[in-house]
Design a protein around this ligand. Sequence first.
Ligand SMILES: [Zn+2]
Length: 243
Amino acid sequence: MEPREFADGVWVFTSRAMCTTTTVVAGRRTAAGRSVLLVDPAWEPDELVGIADWLDRNGMVVGAGWATHAHYDHVLWHPRFGAAPRWATTAAATYASGHCASLVAGLGPDWPRDLAPLVGAVTGWDGDEVPWDGPLVRVVRHSAHCPGHSALWVERAEVLIAGDMLSDIEIPLPDSEGISGYLRGLRLLEPWVRRARVLVPGHGRVAVRGEADSPESRLALDLAYLSDPARATGDPRLRNAPE
Ligand SMILES: [Zn+2]
């Protein structure tokens, strides 16, 4: 599995499972290698190994991990990523620690036993920036889709890592916050979407400013869907909607 570099020092891998994305943000050079922030590593066990191989080949070491939210496809880890701190918002970390068994169960009966204890093992962090020794990465907290969901804003590269929002293949999926709560989350993201050169959704294609499928067009699509889901029959993402 090879990633694509969408901005200087920001690479995105795409899993064969649900087009789930993994984002790598380059940090400082250290004696051990170039430190990176690893966001939502996913998904299949061989793909996690592939990410570790790629990091090795490129002289990179994981300086920190971040999980955008506490659904099973976003809180994975592999021993080869090392013992770096793994962060999520406090609400997401609390949710994960309360749902350990169901997170692992969601991965299916064949999920490797040695990887199971690593699922959801994140630590809560409610600062405005990711605590690591790399470039500034802001945390945008909200509670759309899952309690304690966060997006990350990579300041220098103008990249928004959106988690399970603003996807080209997944319709907005509100959880207990309902449509109004989901809209609040989108409104919090809106200023970052408008600044973004690159938008990385949790699933699907990366959107690039200036192209037809741009960060702002993703926002417009989500807002249109939520304004009246019953009438959004032309939304191409409905083909992928869960039953
Ligand atoms: Zn997801």
